[in-house]
Write a protein of this length. Structure first.
Length: 379
C-alpha cells in the first residue's frame, strides 16, 4: 500500500525535530519559537536573508526584532554548548541501520568566505590560501558516513584558528563513537596529512586512507613519483614518522583533451590494498563534497557579525540536509531493498514543500501600495 506524504507533514516533522533539540528561547507578545523557525526555514530554503523573509510574510515580526533575539540567544560565550546541541540534533537524525555497524567515514573541512574587516570576528575565522577573493574563512569540520543511499553527517565541529588538526580529528571521532557508529575505514583529505594525525591513527589501530600532498623538487614525496606503474612503498617523514604510501600512476585529460600522466599519493594505515583498490575506494570520499554543495542550497543568507550566529546557520543547514536524507530513506525506499527512488523526493522538492507550507500558514504579502490606478498605466 502506498501512502501519501504531504508537504504539511514534512513541515511539521521538521519544525518539531528542531524545537525538541534546539530551544531558540524566543519571548514576546508577537514572536515565539515556531514563528522564528518558520522564518529561518523559509530563508534557508530560498537562500535569502531574514529581513527579506520577514518583509514578505504577512504573519511575521519586524526583522530587527527577530535578529535582536537571535543575537541574544547565540553568544560566543556559549559557542561550545551550541555546538553540542547541534551535534545532539544530528545524532537524533541518524538512521538506526547505521548505529552499531562498521561503516566508511569521511572527515573534511568546509570553508565559507569571510570578507569583513572586524578585528573581533577575525579571531574566529581561519586563514588559508587565497580562494574566492579572500584568505579568511568561516570553517567547520564534519564527519560523514558513506553507506549505500544513507549519506548522513554524523558530527560537526566549529573550527577556530587556534584549534589543531589532531584535536579536531579526536573530537569528531569521539562524537562518532558516542553515537554507536563503528568505523570500518576512515578517509581524509590532504589537509589532515600530518605526522600527529598519522601517529594517532596508528596508535588507535584504525584503518585509514589519507591523501598525501606532493612536496619537494628533487626530494620529499616528489621523489616517489617515478616509474611506469603504481606501487606501494615505505616512507619516513622528516620528523622520523614511518608510513606506508601508495603511489598511484594515472592518466587524466588536460584542457585540450590530451591525457597526461598524474601521480596520486595516499598514506594507508592498517590496510593492505592494491594501488588500484586504494584509488577506487578513496573516490567514494567525494560524497562529502556533494554534501557541502547540497548544504549551500539549505543555508540562509547572512552578513551577521555574530560568530555564534554564523556557526549556527551553517550547522542548521547540515541538520536540514540530514532531515531530508532521513525522510527520503524512510519514505521513498523500495520495500525490502536498499535503494531509494531519487526521482520522487529530490532536494528541490523538499525545499519547495517547506517554502509553500510556510507561505500557506503565514500568508504572503502580494500587494503593494500604488499612487495611481492600474488602468491609467500605459504599457
Amino acid at each position: 500500500m502506498i501512502h501519501q506524504l504531504s508537504a504539511e507533514t514534512i513541515h511539521e516533522f521538521t519544525v518539531n525535530t528542531l524545537q525538541q533539540q534546539i530551544d531558540l528561547e524566543m519571548s514576546g507578545y508577537r514572536i515565539d519559537n515556531r514563528l522564528a523557525w518558520d522564518v529561518l526555514l523559509k530563508a534557508s530554503s530560498e537562500y535569502r536573508s531574514i529581513s527579506s523573509v520577514c518583509a514578505e510574510l504577512d504573519d511575521s515580526v519586524h526583522h530587527n526584532t527577530l535578529r535582536l533575539q537571535l543575537n541574544q540567544r547565540f553568544d560566543v560565550s556559549t559557542l561550545q554548548g551550541d555546538e553540542s546541541a547541534m551535534n545532539a540534533t544530528l545524532a537524533a537524525l541518524i538512521p538506526q541501520s547505521i548505529r552499531g555497524q562498521a561503516v566508511n567515514v569521511a572527515i573534511d573541512f568546509h570553508d565559507e568566505p569571510y570578507y569583513g574587516k572586524n578585528p573581533e570576528n577575525r579571531t574566529y575565522v581561519c586563514r588559508t590560501k587565497a580562494k574566492a577573493g579572500t584568505t579568511r574563512f568561516w570553517r567547520v569540520a564534519t564527519a560523514y558516513v558513506m553507506k549505500h543511499g544513507q549519506r548522513v553527517t554524523l558530527a560537526i565541529r566549529y573550527v577556530l584558528p587556534e584549534y589543531k588538526t589532531l584535536d579536531i580529528v579526536q573530537t569528531l571521532l569521539w562524537r562518532v563513537q558516542q553515537q554507536g557508529v563503528r568505523i570500518k575505514c576512515l578517509y581524509m583529505d590532504k589537509g589532515f596529512c600530518s605526522t600527529a594525525v598519522i601517529n594517532y591513527l596508528q596508535a588507535r589501530q584504525l584503518k585509514a586512507v589519507i591523501a598525501c600532498p606532493i612536496r619537494g623538487k628533487t626530494g620529499g614525496t616528489k621523489a616517489l613519483c617515478e616509474g611506469k606503474a603504481s606501487y606501494t612503498t615505505a616512507y619516513c617523514f622528516t620528523d622520523g614518522t614511518p608510513a606506508t604510501i601508495c603511489c598511484v600512476r594515472t592518466k587524466v585529460p588536460d584542457r585540450h583533451g590530451k591525457k597526461r600522466v598524474k601521480w596520486l599519493l595516499y598514506v594507508t594505515i592498517n590496510v593492505n590494498w592494491t594501488p588500484r583498490t586504494v584509488k577506487k575506494r578513496y573516490r567514494r570520499r567525494f560524497g562529502i563534497e556533494a554534501s557541502y554543495r547540497q548544504m549551500r542550497q539549505l543555508r540562509l543568507f547572512s552578513t551577521s557579525r555574530n560568530p555564534a550566529l554564523r556557526f549556527f546557520m551553517y550547522g542548521l543547514a547540515f541538520v536540514l540536509l540530514n532531515i531530508w536524507t532521513l525522510l527520503r530513506w524512510k519514505c521513498t525506499r523500495h520495500p525490502g531493498k536498499r535503494r531509494v527512488d531519487k526521482a520522487v523526493f529530490p532536494l528541490a522538492r523538499f525545499k519547495g514543500f517547506i517554502r509553500r507550507t510556510i507561505e500557506r500558514i503565514r500568508g504572503v504579502i502580494d500587494t503593494i501600495p500604488s499612487y495611481i490606478p492600474l488602468q491609467v498605466l500605459k504599457l
